[in-house]
Write a protein that binds this ligand. Structure first.
Ligand code: SF4
Length: 384
């Protein structure tokens, strides 16, 4: 890929989300939708299917989903479901829904009944991350693998899984290299651009995603880096699936730099690799349950409260140091209990590093952006 094409391609996949999956479907591939950082993409890829992470449309009001789904499901889930009902993903062959939070667990049947896809699998992810839970999750992944073999009409061998694990680890290495270019002052890639890359990447087969990320790296490396201090606040955003540029535009429009995230489509999926293990499913289970630190999974560790906080959030402090963050925005969707429950401890932990924190709870919609903008701008004015 020539050095000047990658960001243009990112724009295309961001603006026309799922267009590549639609093409691949027309070419005879099976497309499997999934939600959240818990989608075991290695197994879906090893089966020969194309995994597509689903997103909604923040600019479109929910007009169909509320006839089927409780309005106390989080606005993200309702919006994605609304998009699916309106035919945005009419090329899907199936879906994988993780046991994650009430908004996914309690609506799985609503999705499967209304979408009527040929394949549906509810993945029973445990909430604890101790040894018995990892063992249990390994067997849950075995059940998933078997059901996928039946649907795809082919065996998934350990070699297939090992190849997929290596492909995703390479993808994660490439994305982490791109993230490292955000450590520059100012960063070599803006938060708006990075958001588009993250969204585009989750819509592509893994090898195409890796190639696109490497193209973006080559392209942005050519930008001249300044050196020395800047007076712009350096912001980290924390939350679940923030898959549009609206908030990054607000942050950067206020003169700050969005330099890091801890989002479920960002650093949460690109940081810990899957270990290469004799039983590939065991390595996948270990990563998704224990190495990825999601609020939906209780990551135990330590004998005291402080030690437990360190086990849960220590990596966020490392990001703060590495990316020179001096302001953090925690953005939680309304009715999201797992993320909401974590806020007090997380906020205290981040503030203990000297970084100021803004906590926002809002919609998955551009209709409320005005108030979000006011809060973010007022917060950034206080950052020196
Ligand atoms: S935003 Fe929260 S409630 Fe909604 S799907 Fe994610 S974890 Fe569940």
């Amino acid at each position: 890929m020539p050095n000047t094409d990658a960001l243009a391609l990112v724009d295309k996949y961001y603006s026309n989300y799922g267009s590549r999956a639609r093409e691949l479907k027309a070419a005879g591939n099976k497309i499997l939708g999934y939600l959240s950082a818990l989608g075991p993409v290695e197994i879906m890829t090893a089966a020969g299917s194309v995994p597509l992470r689903l997103k909604g449309n923040v600019s479109e009001p929910i007009t169909k989903a509320d006839a089927h789904m409780e309005t106390i499901a989080c606005p993200f889930i309702r919006n994605v479901f609304d998009s699916a009902l309106k035919g945005r993903y009419d090329y899907l062959d199936g879906m994988v829904m993780p046991h994650q939070c009430d908004s996914t667990d309690k609506t799985s049947n609503v999705w499967s009944h209304n979408l009527g896809l040929p394949y549906w699998h509810f993945l029973n992810v445990p909430h604890l991350a101790d040894d018995p839970s990892v063992g249990f999750f390994t067997s849950v992944l075995g059940v998933f693998k078997k059901s996928l073999e039946k649907f795809m009409g082919r065996e998934i061998t350990d070699k297939d899984l090992a190849r997929a694990v290596e492909a995703y680890n390479e993808n994660r290495r490439a994305m982490r290299e791109l993230y490292s270019l955000r450590r520059f002052v100012p960063p070599l890639i803006s938060g708006v651009e990075m958001t588009k890359v993250l969204v585009a990447a989750m819509s592509l087969p893994v090898d195409e995603s890796t190639s696109l990320i490497k193209g973006v790296i080559r392209e942005v490396q050519e930008r001249a880096a300044h050196s020395g201090a800047t007076s712009s606040p350096r912001v980290m955003i924390i939350g679940d699936q923030i898959d549009n540029t609206a908030i990054a535009e607000i942050i950067e429009g206020a003169g700050a730099e969005l330099v890091m995230d801890h989002l479920s489509l960002g650093s949460k999926i690109y940081w810990p690799d899957v270990d290469v293990t004799a039983d590939p499913l065991a390595g996948i289970a270990e990563r998704y349950l224990r190495k990825v630190k999601l609020p939906t999974t209780f990551v135990a560790g330590g004998d005291t409260y402080e030690e437990n906080l360190e086990a849960r959030f220590g990596h966020i402090r490392d990001f703060i140091t590495e990316f020179k963050v001096n302001a953090a925005i925690i953005f939680v969707y309304k009715y999201c209990d797992p993320y909401g429950f974590e806020v007090p401890a997380l906020k205290d932990f981040i503030e203990s590093t000297g970084v100021r924190v803004l906590y926002l709870e809002d919609e998955y919609s551009t209709s409320t952006l005005g108030r979000v903008k006011t809060r973010i701008e007022a917060f950034l004015e206080m950052i020196e």
